[in-house]
Design a protein around this ligand. Structure first.
Ligand code: ZN
Length: 626
């Protein structure tokens, strides 16, 4: 059984491209096997959806509802799927307890269920399947979810000698950091911050100093690390740099990164990727067996280990250009293609699951080029980038074709995406709407018509809980401020059902003030759709945004911006995170015809187990598609 997963592929685009003869391999599967819409999870966002795929369960049973979660007792936000723990050092500075990644997902993966019944697996870069599992005669390379050595989703570095005073004063960027370069005779020293320095009481990062020498006439930069030097031309990528961050003399953390020289003339500007785990010596294990990373390094050389594999942060903030970003997507997709084909050739597995995320990331960041109604649509730019999304689909089809060529007569091939995609033209702030409609209050502010949080009042810290009945954090979740559940809850549980119904009705009526478009196609009642062992942490209402709308970023992070509606001016112009799953299915193709015509993400693992003649665990919710 071979399952190829592509994050965020929109079926309508696939249909159009197949009709135009552009996806010959998928077209062949649709004619000779199966092609359906694939039902996604609610919400149809990657942490929830891939967890439903992996565990064959809906969110009510696996417990992953959003990128963000909150702890009701103190309203503190957290990462919605888990996070790394810090290492613990012994008194002599040696490592006494290594860091681990704690996933909050409930339920086992279908490949673990298969492996327990003797099935040999290769699980390659499946999103949100981290940490690596204990599998026999199998290998797993974890993908999305693997952090960088700082413990973040990814933190890039922007080095420059041309930052303004204002930029120097604010070195922290979304998903990155500025490192100002102070040149003297065209040489500068800068320290690269690595992992948290757990040997210190205060919050500090272990640093490695490097030297940077610019030759502005030759337009080159030489980057000198303690044990290696790299000379790079403007526009060039470095090879992988290898870092050793010494936490104590007894404990070091190794990492890798690459540098891209953006400018090396009058100004020197460089982009550096996040410092990722070293495949041969990972800060937190991300493969099964533990030396699979070293084996892959031997096979292919050093490779990206970060889960958030495409640096959308740097692209959105203009540090990486569109062309450099797209070239990286192409190369990274090709790397994973090679890995998948090689694993097929090795012919020592019964179940291969391999996933790509380039389809999703390019859709998020280049969607405006294919939507003339988007606020930042530009006709000239669209001529160049209008098919950026389609290009990743062409690549997907080539991968499918190469895998099809290697299939044996009884192999079952399934191609899936976890959800579809929509344009994101208008941001809607649920928290602002709640304040304007009298359901929430902000500390020290009395006028609900103008109340808004300050820049410091992020992550729900601005709310006046004594006067707040409902609040929002995440991309589509609404929570009541419930007595007995929330730390300062004011809504009695006897009133909660009526309040949920009232909010739902009002939200369903919300329309864009200028266009009159309805913002939601559906608003789901949590108690109805989230039933299961993980329902206690579920939202009370889950929004189902209509095409064109998504949650405003500030509202998603628990702030209250001034405006309820704002046009999207960010390159993050396509989205699906808070969309209605009914309008956001993914794709499902197979080389075999299947009788079930309404497949869901939860069904694929069950179908694989069925095909392999293995027992399906009783708590799996999916059904076999045969
Ligand atoms: Zn996405």
């Amino acid at each position: 059984v071979i399952i190829l997963g592509f994050d965020g592929v929109e079926p309508k685009i696939v249909d159009t491209m197949m009709e135009a003869g552009e996806l010959p391999n998928l077209k062949k599967l649709s004619e000779e096997g199966s092609y359906q819409r694939l039902g996604s999870s609610n919400p149809p966002q990657s942490p929830s959806a891939w967890s439903s795929f992996t565990t064959c369960k809906q969110p009510g049973n696996h417990g992953i509802y959003d990128f963000l979660l909150r702890t009701p007792s103190n309203y503190r936000p957290g990462v919605g799927f888990g996070g790394p723990t810090k290492p613990v050092l012994a008194a002599d500075g040696s490592l006494s307890k290594p860091p681990v990644f704690d996933s909050i997902r409930k339920g086992q993966s279908f490949w673990k269920a298969a492996n327990d019944q003797g099935i040999r697996c290769a699980i390659l870069s499946v999103p949100f399947a981290y940490p690596a599992e204990d599998l026999t005669d199998s290998h797993q390379l974890c993908g999305l979810g693997v952090p960088d050595v700082r413990g973040t989703t990814s933190t890039f570095f922007h080095m420059s000698d041309a930052f303004t005073a204002e930029e120097k004063a604010k070195v922290g960027l979304s998903g990155g950091r500025r490192l100002p370069l102070e040149f003297e005779n065209d040489t500068a020293k800068v320290s690269i911050p690595g992992p948290l320095d757990v040997s210190k009481q205060t919050r500090a990062y272990v640093e490695v100093p490097i030297d940077i020498a610019a030759d502005r006439n030759a337009k080159t930069v030489t980057v000198t690390l303690p044990d290696q030097a790299h000379t790079l031309k403007e526009g060039e990528w470095s090879k992988w740099l290898e870092w050793t961050f010494e936490v104590t003399p007894q404990y070091s953390v190794r990492g890798i990164s690459r540098i891209h020289v953006l400018e090396a003339g009058e100004q020197v500007r460089m982009y550096m990727t996040c410092v990722q785990f070293h495949p041969a010596d990972a800060y937190i294990p991300f493969t099964t067996p533990a030396d699979y990373g070293a084996e892959l390094q031997e096979r292919y050389g050093l490779f990206k280990t970060i889960g958030w594999i495409f640096d959308t942060h740097a692209l959105r903030q203009g540090v990486l250009t569109d062309d450099v970003f797209l070239a990286d997507v192409e190369q990274t997709m090709a790397w994973r293609e090679q890995l998948t084909l090689d694993e097929l050739d090795r012919d020592n597995t019964d179940l291969i699951v391999s996933a790509w995320t380039g389809t999703d990331r390019v859709s998020h960041t280049f969607w405006h080029h294919r939507d003339p109604l988007h606020p930042i649509y530009d006709e000239e730019a669209a001529k160049k980038y209008g098919r950026a999304v389609e290009n990743t689909y062409l690549h997907m089809d080539r991968i499918v074709g190469k895998v099809m060529a290697k299939l044996k007569p009884n192999d079952l091939l399934m191609i899936m995406s976890d959800h579809g995609f929509h344009s994101f033209r208008t941001a809607f702030s649920l928290n602002t709407w709640l304040v304007r409609n009298g359901y929430a209050s902000i500390k020290g502010q009395t006028d609900p018509a103008t109340a808004a949080t300050t820049d410091q009042q992020v992550y729900l810290t601005g709310f006046d809980w004594a006067k707040t009945k409902a609040y929002s954090i995440g991309f589509g979740s609404l929570f009541l401020n419930l007595q007995g559940r929330e730390g300062k809850g004011i809504v009695a549980s006897s009133d909660s059902a009526a309040l949920v119904a009232e909010l739902r009705e009002k939200l369903l009526a919300v329309a864009h003030p200028e266009t009159g478009e309805k913002v939601f196609t559906e608003v789901y009642t949590g108690a109805e759709i989230y039933q299961g062992v993980a329902s206690a942490s579920a939202p009370d209402l889950q929004l189902g945004f209509a095409e064109g709308f998504q949650m405003a970023k500030k509202s998603a992070s628990g702030s209250v911006p001034v405006e309820v509606f704002e046009p999207v001016t960010d390159h993050w112009s396509g989205d699906h995170a808070g969309s209605d799953p009914v309008t956001t299915p993914g794709i499902f193709f197979s080389n075999q015809s299947m009788s079930n015509t309404t497949p869901n993400l939860t069904d694929l693992g069950v179908t694989a187990l069925d095909y392999l003649n293995r027992e399906v665990p009783a708590d799996f919710e999916g059904v076999s598609l045969f």
